[in-house]
Design a protein around this ligand. Structure first.
Ligand code: CTP
Length: 408
């Protein structure tokens, strides 16, 4: 199966889409979380087959995984029962082996090259990407034996996701927790994504800015930052190094991305200009507020004393500032319009000179805060591509594909 077929373009939600994943589960108390992981992988379009170690079956039943994945879940009891060689069949029909949770024993066995149960046999047989998500008590995680095993596994080319810190099953606090679901999903996607943006330094601006009138009032807009997050995630998964400059939003940015938080358009301009000379691609996705109050006060303005006039000054145009630079990165602009999309987008292209412009319709419940987007992708030669409604992840992929073409 391929994640890149044009037929699934408009529903594509990431690199797990249409991929065959072996979910390995070993015997940790965190094994119950593997059921939620199986479900989340399926929700992202993966075809999931579960392999449980003997110890894992004491924490959670194979039947749970069979119900959630609609595929048989295998245990050691299935070894040497069929006409074929099970571990060879499973390895041959997989795109990714993801082991979550991975116990100290599992890590040690795989690191030592042991193949003494179905799961370790599958890993030994598999030549594609392998990701391991350790979960155990802090002392075990930090032990010399586990750390040596992790280094050895990494030297095989396997990826090991560092566990989180927090409350553990023993009642202690420390590192060793299985990370949040979204972190594991991103980790899995990173193992499947092409690394065609490796070496590129990508700056993404996202979210709105806030222009304070007084300490309790402000000018802003409803940008959610989701399109910027989709771009940052996509660029990162494809190997880019990502610098995300983020205005105030409610949603959490992708966990693995370095974020610089800003409030006002002036803060954002400073953050952009500080790093712009170490940037290859600028994705100027933020909904920068164009005006700021002339006099922002430190104390709350009383209604009675207010003369009903709010005087505004223009904020700098960050994108135009960058495209005017002598040595400039590849710049993608974003235009939010309420009407006359193509006409206004063309004018914006001529006025601001980005190397690409993604224009979308906003207003009346469209785009802001939603997980899907649609619009037009314009190039400086006047040509454009219509982007039909699809998940923002899919829009991000398409934009970065165009960036890659433009950089050549
Ligand atoms: N932009 C910017 N600095 C600003 C305003 C906008 O860098 N002060 C960038 C946005 O991040 C976006 C592009 O310019 O990439 C177009 O933003 P948009 O708000 O649609 O354009 P404006 O120039 O503000 O046009 P309008 O007059 O339609 O508000």
């Amino acid at each position: 199966m391929s994640s890149n077929s044009p037929s699934n373009e408009s529903t594509w939600t990431g690199y797990l889409h249409g991929r065959r994943v072996i979910l390995g589960v070993s015997g940790s108390i965190a094994a119950y979380k593997a059921a939620l992981l199986a479900r989340a992988l399926v929700a992202r379009g993966a075809d999931v087959t579960t392999v449980l170690t003997e110890a894992a079956t004491r924490f959670i039943a194979p039947l749970t995984f069979e119900a959630l994945t609609q595929n048989k879940a295998y245990t050691d009891a299935d070894l040497w029962t069929g006409p074929g060689v099970l571990h060879v069949e499973l390895a041959r029909n997989a795109d990714l082996v993801l082991i979550a949770p991975a116990t100290q024993d599992l890590l040690a066995r795989v690191a030592a090259g042991r193949a003494n149960d179905l799961l370790s046999l599958v890993v030994a047989e598999f030549s594609g990407p392998v990701g391991l998500c350790p979960a155990m008590h802090t002392a075990m995680w930090e032990s010399r034996a586990t750390q040596d095993a992790v280094h050895r596994l990494q030297s095989f080319g396997y990826q090991v996701l560092a566990p989180d810190s927090g409350p553990l099953a023993s009642g202690d606090e420390g590192s060793g927790r299985l990370p949040e679901m979204q972190v594991i999903l991103d980790f899995a996607e990173g193992l499947l994504a092409p690394k065609d943006l490796a070496g590129l330094r990508v700056m993404v601006t996202a979210g709105p800015t806030r222009e304070p009138i007084d300490p309790v009032r402000m000018l802003t807009n409803p940008s959610s930052g989701k399109m910027g997050f989709a771009l940052a995630r996509e660029a990162y998964l494809r190997g880019g190094s990502v610098n995300l400059i983020l205005g105030p939003v409610h949603d959490q940015p992708p966990a693995f991305i370095e974020v610089k938080h800003v409030q006002t358009a002036l803060d954002m301009a400073d953050a952009v200009n500080r790093d712009i000379h170490e940037t290859d691609v600028l994705l100027m996705c933020a909904a920068v507020v164009d005006f700021a109050p002339v006099n922002s006060t430190d104390t709350k303005i009383e209604k009675d004393g207010f003369d009903d006039v709010l005087r505004l000054k223009r904020n700098p145009d960050i994108l135009s500032g960058v495209t005017a630079m002598e040595k400039r990165p590849f710049v993608v602009g974003f235009a939010a319009q309420t009407d006359l999309l193509l006409e206004k987008a063309r004018k914006k292209m001529q006025k601001k000179h980005p190397d690409l412009l993604f224009a979308n319709l906003v207003g009346r419940g469209r785009v802001f805060g939603r997980d899907v987007a649609a619009g037009l992708l314009l190039r400086p030669d006047g040509s454009h591509t219509e982007v039909t409604v699809r998940p923002k992840r899919a829009v991000a992929r398409l934009i970065l594909d165009e960036v890659k073409k433009g950089l050549k």
